[in-house]
Design a protein around this ligand. Structure first.
Ligand code: COA
Ligand code: AMP
Length: 633
């Protein structure tokens, strides 16, 4: 079947379509009910099925004769290590660590927070949780203790798994003090904190709840996979929303397994036995779906890379990994290529490596600017596929579905909606379809399997954030348009979520931190365009009357606060002082307009603006402070 037929089938007969896909994975109990409603009245997939996701990723692959095939390659320019695990070895490691969890009395449905760098034990911990039905919640290692504490209080884990340190270029970052601080701030009591000691920086295990990873492993047996029902949560992954509090995106086992298996075939066109590399971090959704679960469930070799696109040791690292491990399909964020291009504009490092194994390059996480896109096409001469998805969907919504049919890519476009996703463009005031002129991107219900069924512990927030704005549709929060041939273009968020170097952040989160400074009367944080990182946050602050504070000192204190309370990866480095902020008559700060002023872009004068003259003041402040494109000569 070609793309059009497949796509039509997926929307006209979702139950038939997804029954066929469900038949391709190994269930303990095959689902009879394909689509139904859950207790919240939401669409639910495969509710009477039973399976185990870690079994599908490991034991099932061994049963198919892939026991001796390499499942995971750990390539670490950060430490100079290279390690390979066959499916058999990885299964045994996972089963042993699963038994560690069982010995710690972790039960099916219990939450386990994983705060770890890019080492094989992070993947082992994830799969071990899945094996015993525990719900993992991986927190990206760049998050500061306050953010980790927020997640501890929301997920209420019984155990935290961590390592003694992470490595950022040549900087060793001790993790244990950060975890200790998070546990201290959090109200929820964690029962155990299991620490993997790394030789680069050993942690002091002083607290009564601390346990040593290897000592526990030495005493462990082997835990079998536990069958769970399809709707049993596999993981919670926190992501930034429009408020300061992150949303716990819940992923179920059954829909996730079926959707990821389908995506490996239909979107990425990858076959069992091939090598799939997603250069991302296990702390993000790309890491969950396409470093750990997707490739293994498809019987592929996956690569866990502990390094950076540049300076580990140079801008040729990615090409070296592709050549060394004969990578067939590669996936990373555009920001990584912008960093490589900056250091090696002629791609001279590429000549040192044979990357002929690479068939397709996928990019996602943020918009790929046409200049980077063209550069990649020119230097590689293979299809470069920009595809679009979100933590919430868990797998691609729009892509060039090479496993079904190849479309000639168009720079700036994320190609066609993937079967299962009924993507529509609507006007923001919900006045109907607006394909070519652009608008809000929404997805018709039911969402296909694999997408979030709820927000952890807060179903109201799920309804508010995603389903209420456009009844019958899921609201993506992105804006975009479709061209005459149906190619989809995603132009950026229409809310207060920003994307810094491929990392999703909320400006609301940063505003909360800035507003807490005693000298700040009012503030806002907006994401402005940045050539290397895609977007960076900028703070605008109004200083309290009567407070005598030196601006440079205030700026450095605010930068320090965001760094220590959110994380250095937020790249919050620019703060400027204003005397007032543009608002609507009802008092809402016009962040989108401020953003456009900084980016030197056209904006419509909002009809509800309180005082239009403020916009000229803001422009002047940006110009005088050298902030944004508007300040560039
Ligand atoms: N743990 C601790 N700190 C981290 C971190 C982590 N996992 N990730 C980033 N940071 C820190 C960095 O050390 C840096 O600290 P500094 O200000 O003290 O130097 C700060 O956060 C900013 O990091 P970043 O924005 O990543 O800039 P960089 O110059 O360190 O690296 C790139 C630039 C392009 C190499 C890097 O951003 C990158 O690899 N991006 C790709 C991201 C990605 O793959 N995203 C996945 C989406 S699919
Ligand atoms: P995350 O949840 O971290 O994966 O971030 C999801 C957001 O990143 C989306 O809502 C988009 O705003 C943005 N995004 C992801 N992929 C793309 C892409 N290919 N093009 C444009 N924006 C993207």
């Amino acid at each position: 079947m070609n793309y059009q037929e497949t796509f039509r089938h997926s929307l006209e007969d979702p139950e038939g379509f997804w029954r066929q896909q469900a038949d391709k994975i190994a269930w303990y109990r095959k689902p009879q009910t394909i689509l139904s409603k859950d207790a919240n009245g939401n669409d639910a997939w495969f509710v009477d099925g039973s399976l185990n996701t870690a079994y599908l990723a490991l034991d099932y692959q061994i049963e198919q004769g892939r026991g001796e095939q390499v499942a995971l390659i750990y390539d670490s320019p950060a430490t100079g290590q290279l390690k390979r695990y066959t499916f058999l070895e990885l299964r045994d490691e996972v089963a042993r660590f699963a038994d560690v969890l069982v010995q710690l009395n972790v039960q099916s449905g219990d939450r386990v927070i994983i705060y770890m760098p890019m080492i094989p034990e992070a993947a082992i911990a994830i799969l071990a949780c899945a094996r015993i039905g525990a719900i993992h919640s991986v927190v990206f290692g760049g998050f500061a203790p306050r953010e980790l504490a927020t997640r501890i209080d929301d997920a209420e884990p019984c155990v935290i798994l961590t390592a003694s340190c992470g490595i950022e270029f040549d900087k060793v970052i001790p993790y244990k003090p950060l975890v200790d601080e998070a546990i201290r701030i959090a109200s929820h009591d964690v029962r155990h904190c299991v620490v993997l000691q790394r030789p680069e920086c050993e942690a002091v295990l002083a607290s009564a709840i601390d346990l040593d990873w290897h000592q526990l492993l030495d005493k462990a047996g082997s835990a079998p996979p536990v069958p769970v029902s399809s709707d049993h949560p596999l993981y919670i992954l926190y992501t930034s929303g429009t408020t300061g509090k992150p949303k716990g995106v819940v992923r179920d086992n059954g829909g996730h397994a079926v959707a990821l298996n389908y995506s490996m075939e239909a979107v990425y066109g990858v076959q069992p036995g091939e090598v799939f590399w997603a250069a991302s971090d296990v702390g993000w959704v790309v890491g969950h779906s396409y470093i750990v679960y997707g490739p293994l469930m498809r019987g592929c070799t996956t690569i866990l890379f502990e390094g950076k696109p540049v300076r580990t040791p140079d801008a040729g690292t990615f090409w070296r990994v592709i050549a060394d491990h004969r990578v067939n399909v590669f996936f990373t964020a555009p920001t990584a290529f912008r960093a490589i291009r900056k250091e090696d504009p002629e791609a001279s490092c590429l000549a040192d490596h044979d990357v002929s194994s690479m068939r397709t390059l996928f990019v996602a996480g943020e918009r790929t600017d046409p200049s980077t896109y063209d550069w990649l096409c020119n230097i590689l001469g293979i299809p470069v596929i920009d595809h679009w998805w979100q933590t919430e969907t868990g797998w691609p919504v729009s892509a060039d579905p090479v496993g079904i049919e190849y479309f000639e890519p168009r720079a700036g476009s994320v190609c066609m909606p993937v079967p299962g996703f009924d993507v529509k463009i609507v006007s923001e005031d919900w006045m109907g379809a607006r394909n070519s002129s652009g608008g809000a991107v929404v997805i018709g219900l039911p969402l296909p399997p694999g997408c979030l069924p709820t927000v952890w512990g807060n179903h109201e927030r799920y309804l508010d954030s995603y389903l209420q704005a456009y009844p019958g549709y899921y609201h993506t929060g992105d804006g975009g348009y479709r061209d005459a041939e149906g190619y989809l273009y995603i132009m950026g968020r229409t809310d207060d979520v920003i994307n810094v170097a491929g990392h999703r952040l909320s400006t609301g989160e940063m505003e909360e931190v800035v507003a807490a400074h005693p000298a700040v009367a009012e503030c806002c944080v907006v994401g402005i365009e940045d050539q290397e990182k895609g977007q960076i946050p900028v703070g605008l602050v109004i200083i309290k009357d009567g407070v005598n504070v030196e601006l440079a000192r205030l700026q450095s204190e605010l930068v320090g606060m965001v760094r220590s309370e959110v994380g250095a990866f937020a790249n919050f480095k620019q703060v400027t002082q204003v005397t007032r902020l543009p608002k609507t008559r009802s008092g809402k700060i016009l962040r989108q307009v401020i953003r456009k002023i900084a980016d030197n872009k056209h904006y419509e004068m909002p009809a509800t603006i309180d005082d239009p003259a403020i916009l000229d003041e803001i422009r002047l402040v940006f110009v005088e402070s050298g902030i944004g494109a508007v300040a560039s000569p």
